[in-house]
Design a protein around this ligand. Sequence first.
Ligand code: NAD
Length: 478
Amino acid sequence: MTLEKFRNLIGGQWVGSAEWTANCNPADPGDVIGDFASADVTQLAAAFDAARNAQPSWAAASPQFRFDVLDRAGEIILSRKAELGDLLAREEGKSLPEAIAEAGRAGMIFKFFAGEALRLNGEILPSVRPGVKVEITREPVGVVGAITPWNFPIAIPAWKVAPALSYGNAVVLKPAEVAPACAWKLAEILVEAGAPDGVVNLVMGKGSVLGATLCELADAVTFTGSTEVGRRVLTATAAVGTKAQLEMGGKNPMIVLDDADLDVAVNCALQSAFFSTGQRCTASSRLIVTETIADRFAEALAQASDALIVGDPRDPRTQIGPVASREQFDSVRDYISGAVQEGAVMVAGGGKHNVPNEGYFIRPTLFDHTAASMTINREEIFGPVASIIRVSDYEEALACANDTEFGLTSGICTTSLAKAEHFKRNAQAGMTMVNLPTAGVDYHVPFGGSKASSHGPREQGSYAREFFTQVKTCYQTC
Ligand code: NAD
């Protein structure tokens, strides 16, 4: 059987490449979605040339024109979210409801940033010199290079491409090799929505081949992925003075205090740790629990974890799909066996029981009686694995939560208003959650972290303009 070929989009043309990569379904690796172009640096340079030619007239177009293109893209995505969700579940492994919700989120992001094209404002201030006025305006940065990971294969491309376009930039999008199909569909939708040739370019391929050149050719690079690769992007962009925005890894804590509502805490932990197969940068893998509630919490969470239905993500009954690739499967299983060797007590999951034979399935796995110093509590696992760290009181819990190089999200379950308020001010993270899962955020407000999780201005909401525009100050006699 001949596989469908998915080409790169360069200057409005769909272009094949010398190399191709098969995109496989992680629930059934024999099911191949298609062959996806794997570009070389010559193709990447052609995409940047096309973007550079197209960007000035896109920026000069009326904001109504940009609104219309983005709004139409949002409409198309929303009207096709069931189909896009099915594709997403097939290529990445998220359960169907989660995958459809992600596609819906991508649609809403485009609609939000359609409005941002109309809302971009400036300031006029009196000068300190008589007879002079000062105008402060925002201009596009030029051509944006967007590098995205596989775990939100439509939402993350959307939350980089939509603001870039809204504020008048052209884009070269390089999605992850593991799950490029949703990004390909997004590019196709943007063409259908009326994006002029060259304004949106899609270059699929290996980050190791394309990354350095992309950092050199772009006016600004927006990256989401691992901290290790993010640091490489930072070094490469700094070397040539390119603006960079990085969203990277996490090791997010969720504190459960003695006074917490047990059902709320268990539900928050279950969702934070295991939904989307734990493959969310905002997932919580460190559950920091005070002693008096710890036995009841561990027992209830272990029971709830064991009851989760793991299976084919496209079966509507499935709650937890497979991890996204063979590489993830091996890495997560290594972390699980390493934790057992380090003395963590497994109270749920672990093996391959109650999961389909084929595919990269791992049951949600919970460890109890773990030490904060264990590898599973220091490194990002990025799979359905969580551990309970028992502490004596809130002060110890907060210190433990902050004792990490990362700082993306941090959560607490408590009925104490005073503790919740103290936590919001003192948790070292870009986003804090009270009596809510650490994952699951709105699309119209800023997203991002602190410490090794993020670098540069925030993504999403109107705060996105900090990265995707540059400020100009104009002086004029009056
Ligand atoms: P990754 O770092 O392996 O890859 C991310 C992207 O970088 C891919 O497109 C890849 O091709 C590209 N890349 C690889 N080498 C490169 C190089 N040398 N130069 C430039 N680009 C290169 O990450 P992943 O495995 O795709 O995604 C999982 C990671 O993403 C996790 O660490 C997760 O926490 C993180 N993530 C963070 C956020 C956030 O907002 N903070 C959101 C989602 C995922």
